[in-house]
Write a protein that binds this ligand. Structure first.
Ligand code: PLP
Length: 286
């Protein structure tokens, strides 16, 4: 049975959803998206995801086609129509269908698409062994804070990691840490958590905020500041965070062990805190 998707006002089987080839998402990558995890069929941090969607839409000068209340109702409806307790909701809004022209069309209607798939978080084995990462120069554009669907650079970078037998890239721009191809990156040195600032060079991750909230609640010394490549290479621990990977240790960088080559002590604290927090939030929402 096909998963259920949502396209421009109707729910339908995903394999029957069709978008015209002149959609500006297809032609120009002219659109934005969100990925929202749902645990026990309840979307996690939905207001924060919708706020980021509003910011992305404003950045590309596209009016939000739905109110937050409408998004919320549709997302709950989509989750209810799909199988599985834990799901990953993908939504995207493009500038719609128009004759191919770089200039914005005057009267196009945005295309609104959503689908849900099983949320696959890292297995216990992966959490215990950690991820392998390779370094790369960040060659993306200068609006990485916008969750744009044009992800060609991110795809090239992720594939570079996979070709090197790794899982993710850790990127630097002008000698400073930015993020991964689909994750934020943190470093730990001498018991202090280092996080790159949320600016135009990184995506303001929803999980990034959760990680900082949890570590601050545990009184972990934290510095949000630019982190040099040397500091990353000399870190005791490296972590990545995203809606699907949650928080995961990076245990090798360019084939060399990070710290002791195993998930570090602080990682274990934040990982457990994340799992506890998730369960608590879900109980409250029930
Ligand atoms: C480039 C990039 N950075 C960071 C993240 C993490 O964001 P979030 O925690 O909201 O999933 C993502 C998620 O896909 C991403 O694509």
């Amino acid at each position: 049975m096909s998963d259920t998707a949502y396209l421009n006002g109707e729910f339908l089987p995903l394999d029957q959803a069709r978008v015209p080839v002149l959609d500006r998402g297809f032609i120009f990558g002219d659109g934005v998206y969100e990925v929202i995890p749902a645990y026990s069929r309840r979307p996690f941090r939905l207001p924060e995801h919708l706020a980021r969607l509003r910011r992305s839409l404003a950045a590309i000068r596209l009016a939000n086609p739905l109110t937050d209340a409408e998004w919320t109702r549709l997302i709950h409806d989509l989750i209810a129509r799909n199988g599985g307790e834990d799901q990953s909701v993908y939504l995207q809004v493009t500038r719609g269908v128009a004759k191919r022209d770089h200039a914005f069309p005057k009267d196009a209607r945005p295309t609104v698409f959503m689908m849900a798939s099983p949320l696959v978080t890292p297995s216990r084995e992966v959490v215990e062994s950690g991820a392998a990462a390779v370094t790369a120069t960040d060659f993306r554009w200068l609006r990485c804070d916008v969750k744009a669907i044009s992800l060609l650079a991110n795809c090239l970078l992720r594939q570079r990691a996979l070709d090197a037998g790794a899982d993710e890239v850790v990127m630097f721009r002008d000698g400073y840490l930015t993020e991964g191809s689909a994750s934020n990156v943190f470093a730990v040195k001498g018991g202090c958590l280092l996080a790159p600032p949320k600016n135009h060079l990184v995506l303001p991750g929803i999980t990034y905020d959760v990680v900082l909230e949890l570590t601050r609640a545990k009184n972990v010394p934290t510095e949000v500041r630019e982190i040099s490549e040397d500091e990353v290479r000399g870190a005791d621990e490296l972590w990545l965070s995203s809606s699907s990977k949650e928080v995961l240790a990076i245990t090798t960088l360019d084939g060399k062990p990070v710290g002791g080559g195993k998930p570090g002590a602080l990682f274990k604290v934040v990982y457990q805190a994340f799992q506890d927090f998730k369960r608590k939030v879900m109980r409250q929402a029930a």
